[in-house]
Design a protein around this ligand. Structure first.
Ligand code: PLP
Length: 401
């Protein structure tokens, strides 16, 4: 065949955009173009000997969909190729992925250092849940890497960060924190949801594991929940796979199939949403009713230089702090016609949320103010609508404030 020597037969030679469409694809004997949905829990074996060899890992194959399913394999392989990771495992949700990444690396007596500005569930896992099992944690202001260095102990096994953070879009210097973690023999786990696999490469900056809520930009159309953990073959196969196999927060084959289809348009959607987010940040930055707009690649961002260094673009989320506090934030949200009030993000539909009264309501006012969740703060997840419509919608709503 004439394509035998074509270098692009090697998946590693293909660019990320091509991986998003073809990466990890496997065809059944029917040669379908779209990835097949293997909606089965178990597998049958040609012989007892085959079953024994499979369970002894002497031969490759699938034995139970809690940890082995061809549709889930395709999703994992596609994500690993996009991320530049050796291996990946899918999970039932982003929180299942984060919980596995963190808890598979610690045991009683260990210590976790994490940035204090974290997605609500992630903060719960390190601050409330891990200590119940004898794993202490210290939360620090993630904006200064020195705070991580000061919190490290001889028994620190994990450093966990999210950057940009939810909802105030503060940044953590991934490379600096990776160096600190490694100097103390700890692993760095990065929740990369906000910047997406397109715009930030934590593994290249020294992270050991990267997690995503696939519910967000990967599905990106508000349909299914999912999560994924990516990293070296050694950590994924030994720790992450075993934890998944034995505790069972499995990504369903159906959801994996939806996520595979989501990945085909991942780059297109995120680029469009980022173009619009940049325009909206610029349009709102000088509005008299707005204290400040927070967007990583806007020159007013306090960590603009770091944002330019570690994120290739500013991504799809922005935050705005209104001068009129909570009343102004509610009036703005309630006056919007296109943007929906919702705490989800990364969706085709633009979504606005008031963190103080929703996602961050559980925290004390003191902790909220420490992490920048002021009464006037709104988080906007920019969708695929026309950018000028979104700006007009927001300007109309600001006029009502
Ligand atoms: C949504 C989200 C999660 C949790 O993901 P689910 O799919 O909702 O479980 C974790 N981290 C970040 C940054 C998120 O945005």
């Amino acid at each position: 065949m004439s394509k035998d020597k074509n270098p692009l037969l090697d998946p590693k030679r293909r660019s990320a955009a091509t991986q998003m469409v073809h990466g990890g694809g496997k065809r059944s004997p029917f040669n379908e173009t779209s990835e097949a949905l293997f909606l089965n829990s178990g597998y049958s074996y040609p012989s007892s000997q085959h079953a024994e060899d499979l369970f002894l890992n002497k031969i490759a194959g699938h034995n139970y969909s809690r940890f082995a399913n061809p549709t889930v394999d395709m999703f994992q392989e596609r994500m690993a190729l996009i991320e530049g990771a050796e291996a990946a495992r899918g999970f039932a949700s982003g929180m299942a992925a984060v919980t596995n990444a963190v808890m598979s690396q610690v045991r009683a007596g260990d210590h976790i250092v994490a940035a204090q500005a974290l997605f609500g569930g992630c903060r719960y896992v390190v601050e409330d849940y891990a200590p119940r099992f004898g794993v202490e944690s210290t939360l620090v202001d993630g904006r200064d890497p020195e705070n991580f260095a000061r919190a490290m102990r001889p028994n620190t096994k994990v450093v966990f960060i999210e950057t940009p953070t939810n909802p105030t879009l503060e940044l953590v210097d991934i490379q600096a924190v990776a160096d600190i973690a490694h100097a103390h023999g700890a692993k760095l786990i990065v929740d990369n949801v906000f910047s997406t696999a397109l715009y930030q490469k934590p593994l290249e900056l020294g992270a050991d594991l990267v997690t995503y809520s696939a519910t967000k930009h990967i599905d990106g159309q508000g349909r299914v929940l999912g999560g994924i953990v990516l990293g070296s073959k050694a950590i994924i196969e030994a720790d992450v796979h075993t934890f998944l196999r034995q505790t069972g927060a499995t990504l369903s084959a159906f959801n994996a199939w939806v996520l595979l289809k989501g990945l085909e348009t991942y780059a297109l959607r995120i680029r469009q949403m980022t173009d619009s987010a940049e325009k909206i940040a610029e349009a709102l930055a000088s509005h008299p009713k707005v204290n400040r707009v927070i967007y990583p690649h806007h020159k007013s961002h306090p960590q603009y230089d770091l944002a330019k260094r570690q994120m290739s673009r500013g991504s799809t989320l922005l935050a705005l702090d209104l001068k009129g506090g909570q009343e102004a934030a509610f009036t703005l949200s309630d006056s919007l016609a296109v943007v929906l009030i919702s705490n989800n993000l990364g969706d085709a539909k633009s979504l606005i949320t008031h963190p103080r009264t929703t996602t961050h309501a559980r925290l004390t006012e003191e902790v909220r103010l420490e992490t920048g969740v002021t009464p006037g703060l709104l988080r906007l997840s920019v969708g695929l609508e026309d950018a000028d419509d979104l700006i007009a919608d927001l300007m109309y709503a600001l006029d009502q404030v």
